[in-house]
Design a protein around this ligand. Structure first.
Ligand SMILES: NC(=O)C1=CN([C@@H]2O[C@H](COP(=O)(O)OP(=O)(O)OC[C@H]3O[C@@H](n4cnc5c(N)ncnc54)[C@H](O)[C@@H]3O)[C@@H](O)[C@H]2O)C=CC1
Ligand SMILES: O=C(O)[C@@H]1CCC=N1
Length: 280
């Protein structure tokens, strides 16, 4: 068990997914997880009741007791948060950000010299401890603190330490990725319903198919291409399905989804840095 205290700044859906996974994992004691937001006490009460973690409004947080802060607000709120944190956070404390598009250097430049920061990209499967999470440390972050963050994040799934210049594409693949699979399922369910099947059964069938394919990719040595070929009998049903996918731009649509999300991640950084006209 990790004997550190962490504080979430922001208690929205991503924070809740992480809190839920961490609270269940036994990696960190629930009383060492503190959750804050600006003003929504009802939301904090609900998180406390569901997960047994400590909750306080942000202005009531005792900063001195926290080892790692986890920033989990929207990217547009980052400047206000960093300005507020600058003189409160101590050199031995670490700022871990899950914000899409916010670079480690952006945070470092707005905090005191040599501040330890870590950029992370989880996904909402954190809730079931099945996230694919990326991590990259800033320039001044101790390896020991990186290890602590890694161990904590392992409580919510698999952790990949990557170069920061890969963070945008990682966001496009894994941060946003669950949404693509849900979208796929929405269409599968819709098609099955049109053929008279009920939604509940379809959900189970679709999810089990996805889970089986995911496990095949993780546990077998074959590449996705080989696995696909094994399903595809000559002149059979899969070949017909794949032909329809190709004819309708299925492969291209998937690539474009990843590229679109990655490019939005880049764009978010520019908007925040005020380099883009019409920034919000
Ligand atoms: N939702 C997702 O699947 C993922 C989200 N992220 C990142 O997580 C962040 C949060 O996203 P969501 O949870 O979806 O947003 P959300 O809107 O559900 O939650 C944001 C929360 O932050 C709070 N907040 C804003 N300013 C604050 C401050 N100064 N101090 C404390 N709390 C503050 C808001 O009241 C709100 O509760 C975003 O930056 C996003 O890029 C990263 C990976 C996946
Ligand atoms: O949609 C977003 O911007 C966030 C970041 C990755 C997933 N959700």
């Amino acid at each position: 068990m990790i004997n550190k205290k962490i504080a979430f700044l922001g208690a929205g859906s991503m924070a809740e997914a992480m809190i839920s996974g961490m609270a269940e994992s036994g990696t960190i004691a629930k009383e060492n997880i503190i959750v804050t937001n600006r003003s929504n006490q009802d939301r904090l009460n609900s998180i406390h009741e569901k997960y047994g973690v400590r909750t306080v409004l942000k202005d009531e947080l005792d900063f001195s007791e926290v080892d790692q802060f986890i920033l989990a607000m929207k990217p547009k709120d980052i400047d206000a948060v960093l300005a507020d944190l600058k003189d409160k956070i101590q050199p031995n404390q670490v700022l871990v950000s899950v914000l899409a598009g916010i670079s480690t250097s952006y945070m470092e430049e707005r905090l005191n010299e040599n501040q330890q920061v870590i950029r992370v990209m989880p996904n909402t499967s954190s809730m079931l401890r099945e996230s694919a999470t990326a991590l990259c440390p800033g320039k001044y972050t101790d390896m020991e603190q990186v290890q602590v963050a890694k161990e904590l994040l392992r409580a919510i799934g698999e952790v990949f330490v990557i170069e920061e210049d890969k963070m945008d594409v990682f966001t496009g693949i894994a941060g946003s990725g669950p949404a693509y699979f849900y979208y796929l399922m929405e269409h599968i369910e819709e098609t099955g319903r049109a053929e008279g099947m009920d939604s509940e059964t379809l959900r189970e069938i679709g999810a089990q198919t996805l889970l089986g394919a995911a496990k095949m990719m993780l546990e077998r040595d074959e590449s996705p291409t080989e696995l696909r070929e094994n399903v595809t009998s000559p002149n059979g049903t899969t070949a017909a399905g794949l032909d329809a996918l190709n004819a309708n731009g299925g492969g291209r649509a998937i690539s474009e989804a990843v590229k679109g999300a990655a490019s939005r991640s880049k764009e978010l950084s520019k908007e925040i840095e005020g380099l883009l006209v019409g920034a919000k």
